[in-house]
Each structure stands twice: as C-alpha cells, then as structure tokens.
Design a binder for this molecule. Structure first.
Ligand code: 6PG
Length: 264
C-alpha cells in the first residue's frame, strides 16, 4: 500500500468517543456474525480503550452474542496477568469479566512466568493452531503513543521488530530501550491483516503526534513513495487494513492540532 488513506472521526470528548467506538465495533461485529461463527477481536492495551471497554460491558451487553467473540491482544507487557501493567488484566477487569466471557474464547499473550521470547513464540504457535494461514482478525483495536508507536512497535526498538517481520514472524519479543523493558507485540503484517483496523486517540497529550501525523505533510500525498524517510518516521504509518481504510477515532482534544473546520 503506498497511499496513506484513512477515515477520520472526531468525537466531542472521551465519553462520546467511547460510545462512538462501541457503536461502530458492535455494528461491524453484527455484520461479521451474520456470515461467520466467530468475531475475532484484537484488543489494544494502554489507558485509551478503557472507557470503550467499560461502555461495551455496561451498555452493550445484549447487543451481540458475546459468546461468539474471540479475544486477542495486539501486544503485552512482559509481566504476569495479574500485574497492574498487564494489558490482559485491564481488559479482563473492564470488559471480559463483566461480560462473563468464557476462558476458551480468551487468547491472552502468555506473558509472565516465561521469557518474552518464549511468550511470543507460544502466542504465534497458538495463532497458527487456531487459524489456517495468516490470522484474518475481524477487528483490530489500536492506540498510538506520543512517539508514534502502535501496539508495542516502538521507534527505538525498530531493528528488533523489523528483523522479526523480515523473518516472516507474526509475533515478536522486542527490547524497548527507553522503557528498559521487553514487550511482546504482533507485527505489522498481522495487524494489517485485520478486516477493519480502528486506532483510538484521546486527550491533549496526543495532539502533537496527531498533528504531526495528519498534518499537511501527509494529507494528500504518497507517504511511502515520495519521501522514503517518512516511511520510517512513525511505526503507526505502517498500519493499514486489509479492506478499506484504517479508521482513526479521536476526541476533540487529541484532534486539537488539526485544522478541522467546525462541522456544519
Ligand atoms: C500498550 C499499548 C500501546 C498503547 C499506546 C497508547 O501496551 O501500552 O498497546 O500501544 O496503545 O502506548 O497508550 P495510552 O492509551 O495509555 O495512551
């Protein structure tokens, strides 16, 4: 893909963004569940999705057959599942447990109690057993970091995950220098194989990266063609979705750096 194309929605505030994100996800899931047994959903970590997870559990309990949803993660910290930093822990607390999701539909990245390399290899094997060929996830939720990272594809760990991608891996352990920590992450080839990718960003602390990312520099030009350096500026630029365009869902604070005219 050599054009940076996307759909961009801006909600008023975090709760509007959560409701919009929930409604879009539910609508997409209903469509998928008309023709497939399962809706394969990749969750993102961090704090941004928590209002969405809580909203789904509180307001959309009867919106779809949640027992037909299989849950995966785009990345995980190198910590046990009960650790405060665990992406599994926060999703389990705000979404899975409140919805009564059965454990056989929860595919946690097995971090903690083994090395990050072993956890990555084990998760990749789990995905290979579950899917015949590269996983065709139906919906991939992602967040973006202030440095333009996505999942745990960090700019300062590029060599580690780019080499894993070149080797044809799906999941990699990646030492992140500025965090002085290992992360486990799905690689761009897998994230991009999602039927629909939705990237969430909220709050003023994301306004700089959003402005940089969507500013004049990228709108309307070929990002991966005319400026090779641009390709390696932000890992998030590597993200697109198998069909259609990635959906970027922001709140007004995260979008405050963009020159968006007030909706009529
Ligand atoms: C993680 C996430 C990561 C996150 C961004 C944004 O493990 O932290 O997967 O990619 O989406 O860092 O984090 P916030 O939502 O906390 O701003």
């Amino acid at each position: 893909m050599n054009r940076f194309e996307f759909d961009l929605l801006v909600a008023n505030g975090p709760s509007d963004e959560a409701e919009l994100a929930a409604s879009l996800l539910i609508a997409f899931a209903r469509g998928v569940l008309l023709r497939k047994e399962h809706f394969d959903l990749v969750l993102t970590g961090g704090s941004t999705p928590i209002p969405l997870y809580s909203r789904l559990a509180a307001q959309h309990k009867r919106a779809i057959e949640w027992n037909r949803v299989r849950f995966f993660w785009g990345d995980e910290r190198d910590v046990p599942p009960d650790h405060l930093d665990s992406n599994f822990r926060s999703a389990n607390k705000t979404l899975l447990r409140p919805l009564g999701i059965r454990s056989e539909n929860v595919f946690r990245i097995p971090a903690g109690g083994k090395s990050a390399v072993e956890a990555a290899a084990e998760y990749e094997a789990t995905l290979k057993n579950l899917f015949s060929g590269i996983p065709d996830f139906d919906y991939v939720l992602l967040g973006i970091g202030e440095d333009g990272h996505i999942a745990s594809l960090f700019p300062d760990a590029r060599e580690s995950w780019e080499s894993a991608e070149r080797e044809g891996r799906w999941v990699a352990a990646s030492w992140v220098p500025h965090l002085a920590a290992q992360r486990i992450t799905l690689l761009p080839s897998l994230l991009n194989h999602g039927l629909k990718v939705c990237i969430l960003a909220s709050g003023t602390r994301k306004s700089n990266i959003i402005r940089e990312f969507f500013g004049r520099e990228f709108l309307g030009r070929e990002v991966f063609g005319s400026d090779p350096a641009a390709e390696h500026r932000y890992p998030a630029q590597l993200i697109h979705s198998r069909y259609g365009k990635p959906l970027w869902l922001l709140d007004r604070e995260a979008a405050s750096g963009l020159e968006i005219s007030q909706a009529a």
